[in-house]
Design a binder for this molecule. Structure first.
Ligand code: G4P
Length: 202
């Protein structure tokens, strides 16, 4: 119940865009609420399609691990990891009981939430030489993705690419990630949310 069956002819990207148009709620000019299928209730059929799409896009990238950040990145990242047949690791925002010295730690400032998160990943789970695909639900100012990339690099591993479900192209994230030299694949790119209307970039 709650999962949608899509007409066969819709591509995964079209399915995602249709969901955004039909169920997205625009808050001001900056925020798109999608808690009916991505951020609170989760649509497993759509997540599987997203996983298929990222797996196809990064099939030749030698990915050995997928990395995301809790909580809303986990669903699309898990489906991507399943399709690539590699493990998923999610960075934690809460302090764990593990010794600080066993963790990679980075700070990620959230402009949306106006708070700084300290994010951590156990050193046991990313190793030097790993090629790591970063997946996240939203790209706004890029701070979460950049913090994840710094963790990958702290480990002596390599960022194989960055997969984003919904990019807000009117914010600086994409530019920042491209300038840092990463390959960015966003499934839905939103050019503007002005006047309560969702306009896609392509
Ligand atoms: P950034 O990483 O790209 O700089 O984004 P920012 O810090 O501004 O975003 C902070 C949180 O808000 C992230 O989730 C991000 O996914 C989410 N977010 C940003 N813009 C939007 C938006 O327009 N709509 C929705 N629905 N979310 C947005 P988070 O704090 O990690 O939350 P969660 O993953 O625990 O749900």
């Amino acid at each position: 119940m709650g999962a949608t069956t899509y007409a066969k002819e819709l591509s995964p990207i079209e399915s995602l865009k249709r969901k955004i148009v039909e169920e997205g709620i625009v808050l001001g000019d900056q925020v798109l609420k999608v808690d009916s299928f991505l951020n609170h209730r989760v649509d497993p059929v759509l997540m599987a399609e997203i996983g298929d799409t990222f797996a196809r896009l990064f099939a030749e990238s030698g990915v050995v691990k997928v990395l995301t950040i809790e909580s809303s990145g986990i669903a699309p990242a898990l489906m991507t990891a399943l399709r690539l047949n590699v493990p998923l690791i999610f960075a934690r925002k809460r302090k764990s009981l593990t010794l600080q010295s066993d963790l990679y730690t980075e700070k990620a400032y959230s402009f949306t939430k106006r708070e700084e998160n300290e994010i951590t990943v156990s050193k046991r789970f990313i190793k030097a030489g790993d090629r790591v695909l970063i997946v996240d639900d939203f790209l706004a100012n890029g701070q979460a993705a950049l913090a994840l990339a710094r963790i990958v690099e702290q480990a002596g591993a390599e960022v194989a690419g960055i997969g984003i479900v919904i990019e807000k192209s009117f914010q600086s994230g994409r530019q920042q990630l491209l300038e840092a030299g990463y390959r960015v694949e966003s499934l839905a790119r939103i050019a503007s949310l002005e006047d309560g209307t969702i306009r896609f970039a392509d």
